[in-house]
Design a binder for this molecule. Sequence first.
Ligand code: SAH
Ligand code: SF4
Length: 401
Amino acid sequence: MSISYDLKPVGVAAAADSLTARPSLVGKSREELGTALQAVGVPERQVRMRVSQLWHWLYVRGVSSFADMANISADLREKLAAHFSVARPEIVTGQISADGTRKWLLRFPPRGAGRPVEVETVYIPEEGRGTLCISSQVGCTLTCSFCHTGTQRLVRNLTAEEILAQLLVARDCLGDFPGKDTPAGAIVPEEGRKISNIVMMGMGEPLYNFDAVKQALLIASDGEGLSLSKRRITLSTSGIVPEIYRAGEEIGVMLAISLHAVSNPLRDMLVPINKKYPLEELMEACRQYPGLSNARRITFEYVMLKDVNDSVEDARKLVALLKGIPAKINLIPFNPWPGSNYQCSDWEQIERFADIVNKAGYASPVRTPRGRDILAACGQLKSQSERLRKTERQALEKECA
Ligand code: SAH
Ligand code: SF4
C-alpha cells in the first residue's frame, strides 16, 4: 500500500513565485552568477565575494528566498529579488511507498511558448545510504520497448536549474539542509545526509541533454556547495557513444550503461539506439572511459525479460562481453507498467542467471525493485506532460507573435 500526501499549501506558495518568470539563479555557473550580479549594479570588485555568498546560501544552506540571505545587505537582496528568483518549483504530489521509497511530482513553469511540465523524482533509502533518482528530460526521444518513459514523446529537455531543483527539493523534504536559523558553519555533515548518492536514471536520456546535465552535475559535486563526491554520482545512458567520451572528459562521474542484450539483433529491438551505436562501438567507449579501476567500475544494467534475454546462454555471453572492463552488473527485474508487452523473468531463472554472473566474480547483482506500488521503480516513470499538438503549437506561436 502507498501513502499519498497533499503538499499543495507549500507548492502553491512556491509556484506563485516561480511563475513570475524572473530568471532563476539556481543552476548558474559562478561566471553566470557574476554576470547577473553585475547586471543589477554590483561593482566589479565585489562580484567574487558576492558570488561566494550566493553560492553558500543556495547550495550549503539551501535557502529558497533572498530574504534569508542574512549577510547580504537588504538593499542588494531587494534588487536581486526584483530581477531574479531562487524559488523552488511547485511540488504537485508526494508519495511514500510501503518500502519507504518516495516519489515527488514537480511542476516547472513554461519556457517560451510552452506549457508547464511535470517531472518525477524518486528517493530510495537503503541500509547505510540513500539515493536520489533524477530526471533529465520530460519524456524521451528514444523508444526502448520495455520502458514506460519511452512511450512518452520528448516534451523538452530540462534546464540545469530544473535538474538541480530536483535535488534541492528532495533535500528540503528530507531535512538535508540546515534550517535557516542554524548558526553559520553548522551544516548537515556528509555522513548524516539522507541523500548520499544521486543517479541520473529518471526520465530521459541524460546524454541527449548534455550541457544542462553537465552543468547541474558539476554544481552538485562542487566542493564549496552541495559537495557530492563524483564517485557517488552515476549517469545512466542507453549508449550514446560520442557523448560517453565527452562525459568521461568533461563530467567525470560514474557511468552506467543500459545494456539489456548481448547481441546486436536483440539489442536493436530492445534499445533501438543500438542500430546507430552498435555493441562493438559501445564496448570500446566503455573500455576507454577514463579512471576505471576495480574501485571505479562501470555499472552494466540488464533488465530481466522472460524468454527474451534471460537464458543461461545470454548470461555466459554477458560475462564474456564484459571481460577486461572493470564492471558491476545490475540485473533489474522487469517492472511492469500499464500496457507493457513484457513479463519479468521467473525468479528461478533470475537466480540461475545471477549464479553464472556471481561465479564470474560479480557480487549480488540483482537489484531489488523499490517503490513498485507507487510506480516509482526503474522505467515506470512517466508524467502527464505531453508534447503540444502541431495545431496547438501554431496557435500559441500566433498568440505570442
Ligand atoms: N535513459 C537512461 C536513464 C534512465 S532509465 C538509460 O536508459 O539508461 C534507468 C534504467 O531503468 C535503465 O537501465 C533502463 O533501461 C531501465 N528500465 C527502463 N524500463 C524498465 C522497466 N520497465 N523495468 C526495469 N528497468 C527498466
Ligand atoms: Fe529513454 Fe532510458 Fe527509457 Fe530508453 S530506457 S526510453 S533511453 S528513458
